[in-house]
Design a protein around this ligand. Structure first.
Ligand code: GDP
Ligand code: MG
Length: 166
């Protein structure tokens, strides 16, 4: 099995930390190779039964810019070309405008979206339940997976779950 996964999320939620953990050194080699005009390969994870290509979706990282219809369409189309979208958020932060912008882009997309709640090492379990509830109302996520990209908590489970969608 093989497939594409796009990681989207506000700056500093831990996207690079996650990629470094699962792919390590290879990122540096891959990150400057433009793959298509829309997507940029960040790295390739080879597991026993699968190969997962992590890509960057330009345009979705800039919630502060006013995007024209064209750019919005481009970002939306890029998100249709992947098997899984990982929408990563910071467990310490309530939903912000940047998150809502991304959720808006994801609406109407048929690609399964995983809500990845990162940095769970920094919060109390009660807080995790609260943040899960607040996001559940906003979007129909295929999976909701709390992780710590830094410490590795639940990352294996996430990778196994991704495999099922490839
Ligand atoms: P990006 O902008 O989404 O790529 O975020 P980065 O991967 O650069 O991470 C931003 C900051 O958050 C860095 O200082 C990371 O060390 C930190 N960080 C990322 N993941 C975690 C996590 O799971 N736990 C903690 N405590 N810090 C994290
Ligand atoms: Mg980064």
């Amino acid at each position: 099995k093989s497939g594409f996964v796009s990681i989207v999320g506000r700056p500093n939620v831990g996207k690079s930390t996650f990629l470094n953990r699962v792919i390590g050194q290879k990122i540096a080699i891959m990150s400057d190779k433009p793959q298509t005009t829309r997507n940029k390969v960040q790295g390739v994870l080879t597991q026993e039964n699968s190969q997962t290509i992590f890509i960057d979706t330009p345009g979705i990282h800039k919630p502060k810019h006013k995007l024209g219809e064209f750019m919005l369409k481009t970002s939306r189309n890029a998100l249709r070309e992947v098997d899984v979208i990982m929408f990563m958020v910071n467990a310490e932060q309530a939903i912000g405008k940047g998150d809502e912008f991304i959720i808006e882009l994801l609406q109407g997309n048929k690609t399964p979206v995983f809500l990845i709640i990162n940095k769970i090492d920094l919060i109390h379990p009660d807080q995790l339940m609260k943040i899960i509830d607040s996001y559940k109302d906003k979007f129909d996520f295929a999976e909701i997976i709390p992780i710590s990209a830094l410490q590795g908590n639940n990352v294996e489970n996430l990778l196994t779950t991704i495999e099922k969608y490839l």
